[in-house]
Design a protein around this ligand. Structure first.
Ligand SMILES: [Fe+2]
Length: 184
């Protein structure tokens, strides 16, 4: 992943950050916060005035993260992720609750469970979820292991809100996981 921090936010993004701040400020449990933030994301997805042209630019080498906002008190951050066709994340989980929504294109999320037989732990794929423009999702650890791929034929852009300040932590990822090559 390549990452950039942007200084410019659109007026619509400014409004969305205010809506997220209101939800996060309620101090609700992480899973409920994630679902309510996802609900706030939905009406903005696909709006042509949500992102600047620079915030929609990808990277031919790897999916790209544009950090759009880090809340002063570290309680949340907002990023736009740009995926060219076929680009994907590692299998990973997260440091905090999160809410995502597809702004452009489509993505496929594969969800996993980590199971242990007492001697060794391994991952089992539990679901493939394809999301299109306007669709949102909320999650909260534990049990949030997944990987995401742009499964469409064009650029995919998704909005991500994390319950942590990614600008200070450098990442939203708690841990990455490896699968045997034939299962990936
Ligand atoms: Fe993730």
């Amino acid at each position: 992943m390549t990452a950039t921090t942007v200084a410019t936010r659109t007026e619509r993004m400014h409004r969305l950050v205010g809506e997220i701040r209101e939800v996060v400020g309620r101090g609700l449990p992480p899973d409920l916060t994630a679902y309510l933030v996802a609900e706030r994301l939905a009406p903005h997805l696909g709006a042509p005035d949500l992102l600047t042209p620079e915030q929609c630019e990808g990277d031919p080498d790897c999916y790209r993260l544009h950090l759009l906002h880090g809340e002063e008190d570290g309680s949340f951050s907002v990023a736009a992720l740009v995926w060219l066709p076929g680009q994907r994340t590692s299998i990973h989980d997260h440091l905090s609750w999160g809410a995502t929504g597809v702004h452009l294109g489509e993505e496929c999320e594969r969800r996993y469970r980590l199971i242990s037989d007492g001697r060794a732990a391994r991952l089992i794929a539990t679901a493939d979820v394809v999301s299109h423009q306007g669709e949102v999702c909320g999650f909260a650890p534990p049990g949030d292991i997944h990987r995401v791929v742009n499964s469409g034929t064009g650029t995919t852009i998704s909005l991500h809100v994390y319950g942590a300040d990614v600008s200070r932590l450098g990442t939203s990822i708690r841990r990455t996981y490896r699968l045997p090559a034939e299962e990936d």
